[in-house]
Write a protein that binds this ligand. Structure first.
Ligand SMILES: CC(C)(COP(=O)(O)OP(=O)(O)OC[C@H]1O[C@@H](n2cnc3c(N)ncnc32)[C@H](O)[C@@H]1OP(=O)(O)O)[C@@H](O)C(=O)NCCC(=O)NCCS
Length: 212
């Protein structure tokens, strides 16, 4: 999808949200959200390690006015994808940012040969479960006491056959139902080249200080 990044709406200029590959320079913004959203927050080291594995990982950020407002991560093994993390800044929730991240993540996952996708979600996290249901995920089991911070059980959810026509139509319908458009900066990006550029930026000291 190619849309202008600044859309004129009702006389005022509003920036369209952007979904882009996560890079090291986004980590400061990512960690600020992670601290608030995840009872057991990931460290900078953990995120940076994930970004060093571009062949088996797919990490995205949602940007609003060049600030990180959300992120999502996927680990792939052969034809299986595992959502590792997803969160949106508290002040930006219910604005479909997670929906945009999921749309892009599932489309890119299919391009990488993923057929089945899974995730764990806290039993009490009905908001996230509702969102996943919209994307075709259904409960597939329980991991007892999975979350070490509280001992809460995890609900395992699966979306099978995400490469099917039905699933593509589901994503198209979710995309069409969005009240506003967004810019997808992941289309046509070579993840290996992108990760190499990112590592080069880290080497010359320009990383982790900018937001976009
Ligand atoms: C779960 C989370 C990522 C959703 O982000 P978001 O950008 O607010 O989600 P969206 O606006 O795209 O919502 C998509 C749909 O999910 C459901 N949903 C999202 N938040 C909800 C809530 N608080 N209550 C009920 N349903 C909710 C709704 O069906 C919603 O569609 P609608 O707004 O048209 O009704 C966000 O609440 C978050 O960061 N939570 C903390 C971290 C977390 O729980 N991550 C998931 C770990 S498995």
């Amino acid at each position: 999808m190619v849309v202008p990044e600044d859309l004129v709406t009702g006389g005022a200029t509003a920036a369209a949200p952007v979904v882009a590959p996560m890079r090291r320079r986004h980590l400061r913004g990512v960690l600020a959200i992670e601290q608030e959203a995840n009872p057991r927050p990931w460290s900078h080291r953990l995120f940076a390690g994930e970004l060093r594995m571009p062949t088996s990982r797919l990490y995205l950020v949602a940007l609003q006015d060049h600030e990180v407002v959300g992120y999502a991560g996927l680990m792939t093994t052969l034809d299986e994808g595992h959502i590792t993390n997803i969160a949106v800044h508290r002040d930006h929730r219910r604005r479909h940012l997670a929906t945009m991240l999921m749309l892009v993540m599932m489309r890119r996952a299919v391009e990488r040969g993923v057929v089945d996708m899974t995730l764990e979600v806290r039993m009490s996290n009905t908001a996230a479960q509702e969102m996943y249901r919209r994307f075709g995920f259904a409960p597939g089991g329980v991991r007892k006491g999975y979350y070490q911070d509280s001992g809460e059980d995890a609900l395992i959810m699966w979306a099978h056959g995400i490469d099917s026509v039905d699933q593509a139509e589901r994503l198209d319908a979710l995309s069409a139902a969005l009240p506003a458009t967004f810019v997808d900066r992941t289309e046509g990006v070579d993840p290996l080249a992108d990760a190499r550029d990112d590592a080069d930026a880290a080497d010359d000291g320009t990383t982790d200080t900018e937001t976009d």
